[in-house]
Ligand binder design. Structure first.
Ligand code: NAP
Length: 253
């Protein structure tokens, strides 16, 4: 990696032991940031830290289920010990049910909004004391193309991702006077465990690819690069934006 835009920066990436979060952690580390990786399971955290350290990256890790207050507290304690915080990437999300929006059971709706929206809001709120000490504070939410263009079988999840687009806009205006930027990345279909229902059978692949002008699924690294750009000084004048990285999939609200 020749770009080294993040030397001297410290980053938290939630849900970063696999998939998109792992690729984001890797790219931020490759660009020189110190990275705190996290996810629910200690073993996954240990494995991710090992893999990234083997690449020569400056990483540490701590388990953090984003919906647990005590876990988030520990995450920020680790950041303090590491020297502060410049970049928060809120990446964790769940989708416990497949189905249309008005068929969503109440408990699934609550879980989706607790993890995808409320935890993102709380992480941003709790990160502020540390981000305020940074010269280039960044909050980056990971939404989805489904936040722009709801997916029929991901009804409630899509609405939760639309909420993140709004959270980005509102928080960006609030924090602009403090020079903390708030932006959002909306991935299209990226090949990870999360999207396996769309990518694992030929029939599903054909349907999904027919909606993607670039005619391929995204790679987690495609999102890592976009997040590194937003985290860097190259995006210093960008705030309140929702950046779609979807291979051209339709993305009108
Ligand atoms: P993934 O491959 O399923 O990644 C799962 C990661 O999340 C693992 O590290 C897992 O580790 C961790 N995790 C799960 N629940 C967690 C929780 N409550 N707290 C903390 N960590 C948790 O998912 P992905 O595809 O990379 O998705 C990442 C983000 O991108 C999500 O916000 C998703 O909505 C968004 N997105 C994905 C796609 C796509 O096509 N893949 C498209 C649009 C948007 P543990 O099991 O150890 O917790």
């Amino acid at each position: 990696m020749s770009l080294k835009r993040l030397v001297g920066r410290i980053a938290i990436v939630t849900a970063s032991t696999d998939g998109i979060g792992f690729a984001i952690a890797k790219r931020l580390g490759q660009e020189g940031a110190k990275v705190i990786v996290s996810s629910r399971k200690q073993q996954n955290v240990e494995e991710a830290v090992k893999l990234l350290s083997q690449e020569g990256l400056d990483v540490t890790g701590v388990p953090c289920h984003v919906a647990k207050t005590e876990d988030r507290k520990k995450l920020f304690e680790v950041a303090k010990q590491y020297g502060g915080l410049d970049i928060l990437v809120s990446n964790a999300a769940v989708n416990p049910v497949m189905g249309e929006v008005l068929d969503c059971p109440e408990d699934a709706w609550e879980k989706i909004f607790e993890v995808n929206v409320k935890s993102s809001f709380l992480l941003a709120q709790e990160a502020l004391p540390l981000l305020r000490q940074s010269k280039a504070g960044r909050i980056i939410f990971i939404s989805s193309i489904a936040g722009f263009q709801p997916m029929t079988l991901l009804g409630a999840y899509s609405v939760s991702k639309t909420a993140l687009l709004g959270l980005t806009k509102a928080a960006a205006v609030q924090l602009a006077k403090e020079n903390i930027t708030v932006n959002c990345v909306a991935p299209g279909v990226i090949k990870t465990k999360f999207s396996s229902a769309l990518t694992s059978t030929q029939a599903a692949q054909d349907i999904a690819l027919s909606m993607i002008p670039l005619n391929r699924f995204g790679k987690p690294d495609d999102i890592g690069g976009a997040v590194a750009f937003i985290a860097s000084d190259d995006a210093a004048y960008m705030t309140g934006e929702n950046l779609v990285i979807s291979g051209g999939m339709a993305s009108r609200l």
